[in-house]
Write a protein that binds this ligand. Sequence first.
Ligand code: ZN
Length: 82
Amino acid sequence: MSKLILTVVVVAVAIGLWRLTRQSARQAQQRKAAKPLRIRQMVRCTVCGAQVDDQFTVMGPKGPQCKEHGLSKGSARHKAKP
Ligand SMILES: [Zn+2]
């Protein structure tokens, strides 16, 4: 009879631990999902034609330019290869 009680107690503890780990895993997943995704908008530099993240562009007279060209006003010299 005591073996049966011991077995029931062990199974109950195992189920309790399993539920606790499942709950914490679900909470961690919810925290991950709550973070907003940053969508990258890629634009083409009007000077060298390189695809640049929109965040790193400067608006020039002809359109978006990579920061390297946006800062060197008017000069067509650039290091980036098309
Ligand atoms: Zn460029």
